[in-house]
Design a protein. Structure first.
Length: 171
C-alpha cells in the first residue's frame, strides 16, 4: 500500500470518525444506551465489517505522524520506522475504543429492539449475502458513477464550446 493510498484511506476514515463523533455530540441523548443495547450495537458493527473498516485507522495515524517527521529528519528514517512498528503493536488494542465509540453511535440511533431486529437480518442468509456483496456493489456503483461523470463531462464541455461559439468565442 502506498503512502498516497494510506493518506486517502486516512482522510476517508478521519471523515467517518468525525461524523461519528459529531453524532455523539449532537445526538447525545437520542436513545438510552443500556449495556445490552451497546453489546448489540457492537455485534452489529462487527457483523457489518466495521471492525475491519476501522482497522487501518491506528496504523494510518502512526504512519502519518511518522511521515510528518521524515522531511525534517530524513536521516532518521530507519529509527522512525522501528518506532512506528513498535507503536503499531503497542496501540493495536486501542481499536476496541474505536469500536466502542461506533457502537455508541449506533445505540444512539437505534433502540435495543431495533438493533436486535437488524442483527437478526444480518444473521439471515440474505443479510450475510448483503455483508459480502454490498461492498462489491458499492465499488461497482462508484466506478459506474465515475464513468458516467466522465462521459457527461465530455457532453458538458462540448456544450460549453457550442454556446461560447454562439457568443463569438472559439474554445
Amino acid at each position: 500500500m502506498t503512502f498516497a493510498s494510506i493518506n486517502r484511506s486516512m482522510n476517508c476514515l478521519a471523515l467517518a470518525a468525525a461524523v461519528a463523533f459529531a453524532c455523539l455530540a449532537v445526538g447525545g441523548s437520542a436513545q438510552a444506551q443500556t449495556p445490552s443495547a451497546l453489546a448489540a450495537a457492537r455485534e452489529l458493527v462487527a457483523l457489518k465489517g466495521g471492525n475491519s473498516m476501522f482497522a487501518p485507522l491506528i496504523p494510518g495515524v502512526i504512519e502519518r505522524a511518522k511521515q510528518s517527521l521524515v522531511p525534517t529528519n530524513p536521516q532518521l528514517i530507519d529509527p522512525l520506522n522501528q518506532v512506528a512498528e513498535q507503536l503499531k503493536r503497542e496501540y493495536a488494542p486501542k481499536s476496541v475504543e474505536i469500536e466502542n465509540e461506533v457502537a455508541r453511535v449506533y445505540a444512539q440511533h437505534f433502540t435495543e429492539a431495533e438493533l436486535r431486529d437488524i442483527l437478526a437480518f444480518y444473521k439471515s442468509p440474505v443479510g450475510r449475502k448483503m455483508v459480502t456483496e454490498e461492498p462489491k456493489a458499492i465499488e461497482q456503483s462508484l466506478k459506474a458513477a465515475q464513468d458516467w461523470a466522465a462521459k457527461f463531462s465530455d457532453v458538458v464541455l462540448e456544450r460549453f464550446r457550442t454556446e461560447m461559439k454562439k457568443k463569438g468565442y472559439d474554445l
